[in-house]
Design a protein around this ligand. Structure first.
Ligand code: CA
Length: 283
């Protein structure tokens, strides 16, 4: 079944607003994730795979974003880190580059005409021309670099701790930082990020969880439990964990994958206590 675009967009809008406010679907935390998600009154969303697409299993995914039908993926590991630009969903290669072997690539985002790519421990952000990925400039930052997104005015960066850093996209200077927390305290290991309409989604490293965060307060307003999504759980074990979040505005779905996973998945979110309502939305 293919969802009606308007229906799905409206559903996503409603979910986004609910995630931003934390006001919807209280008290539906799923069993089995409570030890990771903290307080039991934070809703836990389930997912449905709407489509799957091939993903290069050589790509140790560290950053992912989709802009105007083009997928930008940053990959990691010393000696094999890359930035890859391809058509989506065609997969048509458009441009790519390899980082020098001393740099471990991390989060990627596209802001205006520029592509930003973090490095893990080099304290260096590469800024490329969006069209041909030619290097335009660099800037430095003091922390490790993990995930990267933006809200239209600031870069938003994670560093593996519980902090989100807001950076000036021209200078890299930190303008604000927010600590992400749930009801039990700080949430560490924030990794790949995606900012969508006032909600910051963050992979939690080495878990099946994505946190939906209010970027103003740092509060986790919902969890997305992606348990069961790993296509080869016996083979794709640590470090080949879930990582990579993009947003597909065509249908209001998230695109998610993992490090060296053979698939990229397009998923919709729903409240598991109301499956029939969600199915009706998809007709
Ligand atoms: Ca992303």
């Amino acid at each position: 079944m293919k969802a009606g675009r308007r229906h799905v967009s409206l559903l996503f809008l409603a979910l986004s607003l609910a995630l931003a406010s934390g006001a919807l679907f209280g008290g539906c935390s799923g069993a089995g994730v409570a030890e990771n998600t903290g307080a039991g009154d934070i809703p836990v969303y389930a997912y449905t795979v709407e489509a799957s697409y091939p993903h290069d299993p050589d790509n140790f995914t560290q950053g992912l974003c989709l802009v105007d039908g083009v997928l930008y993926e940053g990959t990691g590991l010393w000696g094999s880190s890359r930035l890859i630009k391809s058509g989506f969903p065609s997969g048509e290669p458009l441009a790519s580059l390899s980082l020098a072997p001393e740099h471990f690539g991390e989060g990627v985002t596209v802001m205006g005409d520029e592509v930003f790519q973090l490095t893990y421990t080099s304290h260096l952000c590469f800024v490329y021309d969006r069209d041909d990925l030619g290097l335009k400039r660099t800037f430095t930052y003091p922390t490790e670099g993990w995930g990267l997104s933006h809200d239209g005015s600031s870069l938003i960066m994670s560093d593996g701790t519980s902090y989100i850093h807001y950076l000036d996209p021209l200078t890299g200077e930190e303008t604000r930082r927010v600590q992400v927390s749930n009801g039990d305290g700080p949430v560490a290991n924030l990794n790949e990020l995606e900012y969508v309409d006032g909600v910051l989604y963050a992979n939690i490293w080495k878990t099946d969880l994505i946190a939906a965060v209010d970027p103003e307060t740092g509060k986790v307003t919902a969890w997305i439990d992606l348990a069961g999504l790993n296509p080869e759980p016996d083979r794709l074990v640590d470090p080949y964990v879930l990582n990579g979040i993009a947003w597909d505005p065509e249908n209001g779905h998230l695109l998610v994958t993992g490090k060296c996973w053979p698939y990229l998945f397009r998923i919709s979110l729903h409240d598991p206590s109301r499956p029939q309502e969600t199915n009706e939305e998809r007709k």
